[in-house]
Design a protein around this ligand. Sequence first.
Ligand code: ADP
Ligand code: ASP
Ligand code: MG
Length: 412
Amino acid sequence: MALIVQKYGGTSVGSPERIKNVVRRVAKYNALGHQIIVVVSAMSGETNRLIGLAKEMQAQPDPRELDMVVSTGEQVTVGLVSMGLMQEGLKAKSYTGAQVKIITDSAFTKARILSIDEQNIRADLANGYVVVVAGFQGIDKEGNITTLGRGGSDTTGVAIAAALHADECQIYTDVDGVYTTDPRVVPEARRLKTITFEEMLEMASLGSKVLQIRAVEFAGKYKVKLRVLSSFEEEGDGTLITFEEDEKMEQAIISGIAFNRDEAKITVRGVPDKPGIAYQILGPISEANVDVDMIIQNVGVDGSTDFSFTVHRNEFDKAMDILKNQVQNHIGARNVVGDNKTAKVSVVGVGMRSHVGIASKMFRTLAEEGINIQMISTSEIKISVVIDEKYLELAVRVLHKAFDLDLDQEPA
Ligand code: ADP
Ligand code: ASP
Ligand code: MG
């Protein structure tokens, strides 16, 4: 008997028919004698619909109230899944995040899980219930409802698996695993049988929304056995996230390509080239809770330089306002310019550690298509570039081909 957490995404619970499909799978695992905790998202499109409603009331919805509204999507699906399970003759019980006592910090719309009270869940499992938990939500210490950021149900699933020391966390979604890149953009993309935890962490943080980054972080920290699978197919092993590089297999140098359309670039021009400038520019940005991604400062000429960085596109206006109104005059910068039509493309692979020439191959491939690189950043296992958004899909396709990701790399 194993304890298994099964997380189902929005498309997988998008209609009563699909929920019945989820119920069938849960019943099958239950019949094998396993204890099951089901974590579900809201029905597909529902979270967007709720955000849209909120924006009709307030141009910039109050974060606490927004979480109050968007958390309802998952409350509907947990109830429906439980009913479906009962209809099949199983014992089932639904919980909101607050009912479980998934305690988070108070960063509304992007809260972090601090602790999970496992008592109720354990007691229900011991009494033969399938426990159905609402993804994406929690409660802070003051009792406010919080949400975990888009895609946050993945994190609920993995965090519950970690808290209860589950044998496996299965993420059921609308693709049958993690691919070399988003199969919606590159039809030749291939499913990976395994991907290392580090690679998955990079892929998620660089824009592959198949898993939320915090879910991957939890899996790494607590060594949760994590697998991504299709909710529409009966069979299939999906993709296993591994913690060791498999030495038996011929390791591909590049495992995947991630991309992110939500990047916006800001440049503060003509800033004095002296100590403290980065802090004076980025301090107010971070105080406003705006996350900064890539940062570049040029070599100064005649005592002044340019300072560029990227932020999430949703936070572009806010960041521009802060720089123009609080920072520019204060530090004596010439001006502030921005471009919110940029995108980031990254190649990821642990094989990069032992191979040279990956960056030059990437840059050459983009150059051959006439794609200008605006910013570059690297780590041990990834290279990212910022480019004009209009070339994004082309860039992903040509890089996928250049690194032979469309070819079957399984050893014979
Ligand atoms: P869910 O609602 O089940 O959480 P998501 O839409 O959040 O599903 O994530 C699944 C989607 O992630 C896929 O439909 C696919 O378009 C996208 N995706 C992006 N990158 C990848 C990748 N490398 N492998 C698989 N899917 C990817
Ligand atoms: N329903 C939430 C969202 O759409 C959480 C999730 O699906 O993981 O982002
Ligand atoms: Mg998701």
